[in-house]
Design a protein around this ligand. Structure first.
Ligand SMILES: Nc1ncnc2c1ncn2[C@@H]1O[C@H](COP(=O)(O)OP(=O)(O)O)[C@@H](O)[C@H]1O
Ligand SMILES: [Mg+2]
Length: 282
């Protein structure tokens, strides 16, 4: 593993067995993530994106292959994950939620407050520091998740469609906020998204995955200068060409995923059976 490499995956394969059938979720993924890069991952539903992040987070183990994550500082957690849905504690205030990782590490209350306050400020949450999650909108709750991940200061930040369930206006605001915080930290980040716009706004590279079994189909370099801005991104030279390239790669896989969905779904097979019966082909 060379010195600029933060994560190295070699022949990473994950198989699940569900109801007696084997599902190959990931097949021989070879990928290195460069230190300090923002790597976006796109691919059709079910292609193994979440599984990949869960393996990196240590929540799942691979069936074959190897993963190395460089631990530069043994004091730091290796990874921290932001999920799509709610993963904040409803019984804790916003501030307590944000500082949770620090409490686990045994950081003093005073220091915890200071670090948490900094991120509450960056994400416009100061007014809500003493509020409870149920008092907040979806966008605010997702800010807590983002703040919490940054506060724990991991070697690697893993984000699984963190803004996927937000409305467009909230999503734009959170993307811009995330971009600003990330520019300040340049933390190695892996970010799953369905949105090509989002991938091009945030990513240094975009990994396009194949339909199941998930493999790396292609890697696209996003040579759009930073700092980036949502307002000017689409006018940046090269944006349209990158968008087209990613969509062409992705579209093929989305169509493949849809086709297998139809073949495997019970509705389609019964329809097929009916059609065959009508045509006397049983
Ligand atoms: N715990 C599990 N048990 C069985 N199959 C699983 C499990 N987790 C994921 N899978 C299967 O692995 C494949 C990849 O899932 P996932 O990683 O969630 O895809 P994505 O995040 O790209 O939508 C899917 O076919 C899914 O059904
Ligand atoms: Mg997923």
């Amino acid at each position: 593993m060379d010195h600029t490499c933060a994560i190295l995956m070699e022949g990473l394969t994950k198989e699940f067995t569900a109801g007696g059938t084997k599902v190959v979720a990931l097949e021989r993924i070879n990928l290195s993530v460069i230190e300090g890069e923002f790597l976006c991952i796109v691919g059709p539903s079910g292609c193994g994106k979440t599984t990949l992040l869960r393996i990196l987070a240590g929540l799942e183990s691979q069936t074959f292959g190897r993963v190395f994550i460089k631990a530069k500082n043994p004091e730091k957690p290796l990874t921290s994950m932001v999920f799509q849905g709610d993963s904040i504690f409803p019984w804790m205030t916003v501030e307590e939620n944000v500082a949770y990782g620090l409490r686990i590490k045994g950081v003093s209350l005073k220091q915890r407050r200071a670090i948490a306050r900094d991120y509450l400020q960056k994400l416009g949450l100061v007014r809500f520091a003493k509020a409870y999650p149920h008092q907040l909108s979806g966008g605010m709750k997702q800010r807590i998740n983002v703040a919490r991940a940054f506060v724990s200061d991991p070697e690697i930040l893993l984000m699984d469609e963190p803004f996927g369930s937000l409305d467009e206006q909230n999503r734009l605001i959170l993307q811009q906020e995330l971009l600003k915080i990330w520019e300040g930290s340049k933390k190695t980040s892996l970010f799953i998204t369905h949105s090509i716009d989002e991938a091009l706004l945030l990513g240094d590279r975009v990994i396009v995955m194949t339909a199941q079994p998930g493999k790396v189909k292609d890697i696209v370099d996003v040579n759009i200068p930073r700092p980036r801005d949502i307002l000017t991104l689409r006018e940046t030279s090269g944006f349209t060409a990158l968008y087209k390239r990613i969509w062409q790669l992705l579209q093929e896989e989305v169509l493949k995923a849809k086709a297998t969905e139809l073949v495997n779904s019970p509705v389609s097979s019964s329809k097929r059976h009916r059609k065959n019966t009508q045509e006397g082909k049983t």
